[in-house]
Design a protein around this ligand. Structure first.
Ligand SMILES: [Cu+2]
Length: 174
């Protein structure tokens, strides 16, 4: 097949179907456009706005102090910690581990401090859809009140190297 010149008058008026689809796309685009600021203000799904600078060394020592005070068990070398809701709770991410395993009480409100001691990781709480970026040098404070008891998993959703797929932590709600 030889290449041919395009038709001179390639433009044809829009058909009815095309007009409908353009209208649908336009309306949907406008809904999305206005919904974003609305959800930011009215929805309660914003990422935490309480953050602090923290060095990996400082953060590690806060984690270790909590583990020493509230450890109640151990699973595959990772301490299980049952912290006091009135005190800050720390969760450390590193290649390729969430540390420690937290055991929380249903209906109590906790302030969980999240940070990484090496590179960027992603906190993803399953089966809930709670996702946060975890960065070295920053302490993110998320306030949570678990409402259902059970066993939850924390998966890393930010590719962080060879062991990324093994980076699964646990969280218990009793
Ligand atoms: Cu990771």
């Amino acid at each position: 097949m030889a290449l041919e010149k395009p038709e001179k008058d390639w433009w044809k008026p829009l058909t009815k179907d095309e007009r409908i689809w353009i209208a649908v796309a336009l309306v949907w685009m406008l809904i999305s456009f206005f919904y974003m600021p609305y959800a930011h203000i009215a929805g309660s799904q914003n990422p935490p706005d309480e953050t602090y600078r923290v060095s990996p060394e400082q953060f590690s020592s806060l984690v270790d102090a909590m583990v020493e005070k509230y450890q109640v068990g151990e699973e595959q070398g990772v301490p299980v910690v049952h912290p006091d809701p009135s005190e800050p709770v720390y969760l450390k991410s590193s290649m390729w581990e969430w540390y420690p395993i937290l055991e929380l009480e249903k209906g109590k409100t906790y302030r969980i401090h999240l940070s990484s001691v090496d590179i960027q990781h992603g906190f993803s709480l399953l089966p809930l859809n709670l996702n946060l970026m975890v960065l070295p040098g920053y302490d993110y404070v998320m306030e949570i009140t678990p409402m259902e008891s059970g066993e939850y998993h924390i998966v890393c959703n930010e590719y962080c190297g060879l062991g990324h797929h093994l980076m699964v932590g646990k969280l218990y709600v009793r």
